[in-house]
Design a protein around this ligand. Structure first.
Ligand code: T4K
Length: 390
């Protein structure tokens, strides 16, 4: 169908200004300027500055974790996590339903990603399919808590324990999620989280690595600073993975409003659920038992036959009225040219991931989005379904 057709159908729901999938909630500019004043005065811009140290302490308190290292982004945090565990070759089992950063971090570490199919409910790596993929070359498991939904941690850990493999969680989406009363980022041998502009808690660019001993935290801190221990000694082949004072300053301010951001997103998620629940062909994810979500994303699956339109048509139609959902994560990483030749990238081996990637659509969700806007997005979706049914 043409865009003009959508114009007629959806005219009443069109937005004047674009509604993106997400948008960071920023502190007042004056507060940021005030905090930067201290940076200007000290002329100390990076390398474990005062604000960096303060943000690390505040994050440890907020997340109730003992060992956390700030990094310049989530991708470098993944690279450092692999180095920290000395994983530099072989295979690591991961999910194809993720952002490119996950397999790319493996590839950059000369590790072959081995793609494991996902669970149809959580969209996370399916532990039942994990064990068959383990070979003598397997060095670790790298699951992703997609959209902040907890992986099946017990089942993954059981497989890891049977085979003596470390588990690194890509918890890029999971800031603020609690599982069994504990921060989700605190599970696994190591976990990384992203503080990118598109994330619930942001430093602009940034990330962190959560570890479980003073020794590992120290090792990570060396690795993110070229391996430098002091002016005379370099202990490891490290990298520059440091967070600057400018980013840490933003983080200190955005951290103050994270709880409020989660509360706002929870209310908006409720609006989406109430309006879209029961629409034939729309599958809304269910909340995980024992988890307190962070409402980072609102993902739906669209079954073409039952809804009457494909996910791609719904996406195009919404875009025609200035609503910009995202197909996170389509295409699957296993479809990228750099990975499609891998045996584990075969479409037959990944049936659930293939289907979910064809059906998924993340609708706009961020604290500054109004309830009225969410209702309008839902009305547009209803209009599309009614039209398709007719
Ligand atoms: N692992 C996983 C599972 C991840 O999802 C990610 C990142 C990582 C690892 C790596 O972490 P980092 O190295 O990035 O810290 C975005 C983000 O760039 C990326 O961080 C994130 N995942 C991914 C899910 O989303 P894009 O390509 O979709 O971003 P972009 O530029 O299209 O932005 C999406 C929307 O966000 C825009 O339409 C509007 C809004 N936006 C974006 C930016 C950059 C803003 O309002 N302000 C902004 O500054 O990847």
């Amino acid at each position: 169908m043409s865009t003009a057709k959508w114009d007629g159908l959806l005219r009443d729901y069109a937005f004047k200004d674009p509604i993106p999938v997400t948008r960071p909630t920023l502190p007042p500019l004056e507060s940021y300027a005030d905090l930067l004043g201290t940076v200007w005065d000290s002329r100390w811009l990076t390398n474990s500055g005062e604000l960096h140290e303060r943000l690390e302490r505040h994050l440890k308190t907020f997340l109730k974790v003992d060992h956390l290292s700030l990094l310049c982004n989530g991708t470098v945090a993944l690279l450092v996590a692999l180095q920290a565990l000395d994983i530099q070759e072989g295979e690591v089992i991961t999910t194809p339903f993720t952002f490119p950063a996950t397999p790319h971090a493996l590839h950059w570490s000369r590790i072959t990603p081995v793609f494991c199919d996902i669970d149809a409910e959580t969209f996370n790596l399916d532990p039942n399919k994990l064990e068959d993929l383990i070979t003598p070359r397997t060095k670790a498991i790298l699951p992703v808590h997609v959209y902040g939904t907890p992986c099946d941690i017990d089942a993954i850990q059981a497989v890891a324990d049977r085979h003596g493999l470390p588990v690194i969680y890509d918890a890029a989406h999971a800031f603020g999620v609690k599982y069994r009363g504990r921060a989700l980022v605190d599970y696994g041998d190591l976990a990384i989280v992203s503080f990118h502009a598109t994330k619930l808690f942001t430093t602009g660019e940034g990330g962190a690595l959560i570890s479980h001993s003073p020794e590992m935290e120290q090792r990570v801190n060396y690795l993110k600073n070229f391996g430098i221990a002091d002016e005379e000694s370099v202990l490891y082949p490290g990298i520059n993975g440091k967070m600057s004072e400018l980013h840490a300053a933003l983080g200190l301010l955005t951290l103050e409003s994270v709880d409020e951001e989660i509360t706002k997103r929870k209310a908006l998620t409720q609006c989406y659920r109430e309006s879209l629940q029961g629409v034939p062909g729309l599958i809304l994810s269910s909340e995980t038992a024992e988890a307190e979500p962070n409402y980072a994303y609102f993902a739906i699956l669209i079954d073409t036959n039952t809804f009457g339109m494909s996910r791609d048509d719904v996406n195009d139609a919404l875009r025609s009225i200035n609503i910009f959902p995202r197909k996170y994560f389509h295409p699957l990483c296993s479809h990228y040219a750099c990975y499609e030749e891998l045996p584990s990238a075969s479409r037959d081996a990944l049936p659930v991931a293939e289907r979910v990637a064809e059906q998924v659509l993340c609708l706009p969700l961020y604290g500054e989005l109004s309830v009225e806007s969410v209702n309008t997005v839902c009305q547009a979706v209803h209009a599309l379904h009614d039209h398709a049914r007719r």
